[in-house]
Design a binder for this molecule. Sequence first.
Ligand SMILES: NC(=O)c1ccc[n+]([C@@H]2O[C@H](COP(=O)([O-])OP(=O)(O)OC[C@H]3O[C@@H](n4cnc5c(N)ncnc54)[C@H](OP(=O)(O)O)[C@@H]3O)[C@@H](O)[C@H]2O)c1
Length: 333
Amino acid sequence: MQGSQQTAALMNAVYIERYAKNQKPKFGRLPMPSAKANQVLIRVKSASLNPRDWLLMRGIYPVKKLAEPFPITLGSDMSGTIIACGSAVKALTVGDDVFGMQPIKGKFGALAEYATIDASAVALKPETLSHNDAAAIPCAGMTSFQALRDLAKLKKGEHILVNGASGGVGSYAVQIAANIGARVTAVCGPTNQELCRNLGASETIDYRLENFETYQDKYDVVYDVIGRSSPKKCKNCLRENGRYISTIPSLSMAFQSLASKILAGFRFGGGRTAHLILVKPHGNDLAAMADLITSNKMKSLIDSTYPFDEVYKAFDRIQTWRAKGKVIVEISE
Ligand SMILES: NC(=O)c1ccc[n+]([C@@H]2O[C@H](COP(=O)([O-])OP(=O)(O)OC[C@H]3O[C@@H](n4cnc5c(N)ncnc54)[C@H](OP(=O)(O)O)[C@@H]3O)[C@@H](O)[C@H]2O)c1
């Protein structure tokens, strides 16, 4: 495919032309992107939504200054087929089915018929994994995969509490922790207690009835997916050397995370540490997660699936904060 033809051709895409609190994304024609040397161009089959998509749309995404100029095509997670490779891409080829995510530092573009993505940020999609199940994994799945492996260093037999267990990030966390052999307590709403037990939680807490922060020396790890707690509030419920992990970037969490890295326990007492996860796109981590799914040790929990031209409904759904797992948009056959 000629580069000049790629830039001239138009494709359907979901985009914004400004930031606004109450807007819906636009569905229309935008120029097709073309792959840089280290990128692949993907014919997108399925994409999944993440809170970062609507946070950006509303203008409250923490690093929106790093986003590309308007119009910005939304979407981070995708699964599809490679139709062109940049000159430096050696390990992938046209026709490969792959899935991956854009880096959280301001890159988007998955909610379109065609998207470019760094070759290092994708993994080959196993044949037995559907495009919908693969598109569900990247941002939410890898956040939990990297948080539990690299920050919590969660071990078999340890007790982890997952706050926000029934959503995209939390549903993967419960399953990854259960696979490690940890004891999992899932915090979720009243209608999701059984769902979380089926994902591998041995105990559940309905946050409307019970406050886990009031317990004493109970958890080795508090994984606060939804960011409603804090290191200070978890000081009592965490055991000695316990780890508090948040997904929500704030100045306070960044500072406490840094303090914990430099001098464990400095901010927190009893060797307890606080960490902020910032997910990094990594093909090898995606491949490891796909392995867990194809060997039936984990699944992508799909909340709902929408056709491309009903993407507004997908945005309405994810903005409720009530999704049970991932919201999927089917882009093409
Ligand atoms: N730092 C990073 O690298 C990174 C990466 C990915 C995501 N994130 C952030 O992580 C957060 C979660 O993302 P997500 O994809 O999991 O969102 P999501 O799927 O939209 O979360 C929906 C879930 O939140 C739960 N929830 C709502 N209020 C709750 C409460 N008070 N207590 C416990 N659970 C509650 C709901 O459970 P119930 O219906 O059962 O109440 C629902 O299942 C977002 O803020 C996102 O921006 C950060």
